[in-house]
Design a protein around this ligand. Structure first.
Ligand SMILES: *[C@@H]1O[C@H](CO)[C@@H](O)[C@H](O)[C@H]1NC(C)=O
Ligand SMILES: *[C@@H]1O[C@H](CO)[C@@H](O)[C@H](O)[C@H]1NC(C)=O
Length: 397
């Protein structure tokens, strides 16, 4: 008689266990299709109630939950997704369609947010398009009329463990994506697009947040591609195409007297095309205890950028609210490494640091910025540090 191995003898049992396990893992990831909650895909009927009901159901689930947005256009008035009481620690919003803001900007009016997640933990957004339909509001603003401010597009506040991938955000009325008071946020393969003349349409703004990663994304807009506000630490930005827009900006900082600093930021492998700035640090010329420390800008390509490298600590539009003060923001340890391409103006490198607190530890390593086949220039005020490797323009440090 042939002896059966342990595995052979127990094969039926293994199958049963496998089957039960497989089944229960399907059942565990409940799917909440917003159409089952009354959402309409014609882009005209307000589907906010359906989204909020699907959110409540997913949030109450004790296991991972997916809210599914099928193909089609869904109109959404302002919707706030509250996570404080959620049982589920893993909610995925999977979008195959597009979510549209009302085309009449007065419907949302002066509310600060369009789609906002507050106090959520473990939320992912996969795919989809958010369309802020901002053009009529921008036209109102650009005509100098009295218009509402308009809402931020997508906001995460007071939240942690957020994963956004493959999302397109376009034509937001204000900033496209805001990360405020969050920890551990990943944005990958995100596409932001709005016209170069659309006011205040920053791509991604991060503030009061730690451990945020922005990778493999393409951002074209009318304001900063990425802006970095007070209280940001451990921010990683990699493989970004920026333009049109105002570049990547740390700031504006130093408006408040008491303000947390910005530290440990890496910006690498970024291409700027036709932007107003490339790498910018900007602070108000006001008293403040804020700071900027330990920043690395590495492997950057500039293509026809007006201010490729700039630190501006004299920011004070119309000379209002800055009573002849130097900026109190202390800037130290900023490294620029392998920055090359073309400047659209003669001054390719500009350090205008605070007369009260000069910049220290600025390091320029292998910089090659040309200006219309002419020598480009660098200008320094109150800036200390060192240059090494190839330097064009000649360093003024
Ligand atoms: C985050 O929570 C604080 C209170 O803990 C609150 O004041 C603040 O408004 C919240 N942030 C946002 C953007 O909702
Ligand atoms: C600097 O850039 C110019 C123009 O792109 C290029 O011809 C030159 O080889 C570069 N020099 C170095 C040292 O990389």
């Amino acid at each position: 008689m042939i002896k059966m191995s342990f595995l052979e003898k127990n094969l039926p049992l293994f199958f049963t266990i496998f089957f039960l396990f497989f089944n229960s893992s399907i059942a565990a990831n409940a799917i909440y299709n917003i159409q089952n909650y009354g959402a309409k895909s014609n882009g005209k009927i307000d589907s906010s109630k359906a989204f909020l009901s699907a959110w409540s159901a997913a949030c109450a689930s004790t296991s991972p939950a997916t809210i599914y947005v099928p193909k089609g256009n869904y109109m959404l008035k302002n919707a706030y997704f509250q996570g404080e009481k959620c049982k589920s620690k893993a909610i995925t919003l999977r979008i195959d369609g597009a979510i549209l803001a009302p085309s009449d900007y007065n419907v949302i009016g002066n509310k600060e947010n369009w789609i906002k997640f507050d106090r959520v933990n473990g939320v992912s957004i996969i795919g989809g398009t958010l369309d802020g339909q901002g053009s009529s509001l921008w036209a109102c603003k650009n005509s100098g009329n009295n218009c509402p401010q308009g809402p931020m597009g997508l906001t995460f506040s007071n939240s942690s463990n957020i994963d956004i991938s493959g999302l397109t955000s376009k034509n937001s009325q204000m900033f496209h994506i805001l990360v405020d008071n969050c920890d551990n946020v990943k944005l990958q393969g995100v596409k932001v697009s709005a016209p170069g003349n659309s006011p205040n349409t920053d791509g991604i703004h991060v503030q009061y947040s730690s451990r945020v990663t922005i990778k493999n994304s393409r951002i074209g807009t009318g304001d900063d591609c990425i802006s970095i506000g007070p209280g940001t630490s451990n921010l990683w930005i990699e493989n970004i195409a920026c333009g049109p827009g105002h570049g990547i900006s740390i700031g504006s900082l130093g408006w408040e007297l008491q303000e947390p600093g910005v530290q440990d930021v890496t910006v690498k492998t970024v291409t700027f095309t036709g932007t107003q700035n490339g790498l910018r640090v900007k602070t108000w010329a006001r008293s403040s205890n804020g700071f900027v420390n330990n920043i690395l800008f590495q492997h950057i390509v500039m293509s026809n950028v007006q201010n490729p490298i700039i630190i501006d600590q004299n920011y004070c539009p119309n000379n209002e609210n800055c009573p002849h003060q130097g900026s109190g923001v202390k800037i130290s340890d900023i490294k620029y490494q392998d920055i090359h391409g073309t400047s659209a103006t003669e001054v390719a490198v500009k350090f205008e640091c605070s007369k009260k607190y000069p910049c220290s530890g600025i390091s320029l390593e292998d910089v090659n910025l040309s200006y219309r086949d002419q020598p480009s220039e660098a200008s320094c005020a109150n800036a200390g540090g060192r240059a090494s490797g190839f330097q064009k323009p000649n360093s003024c440090l």
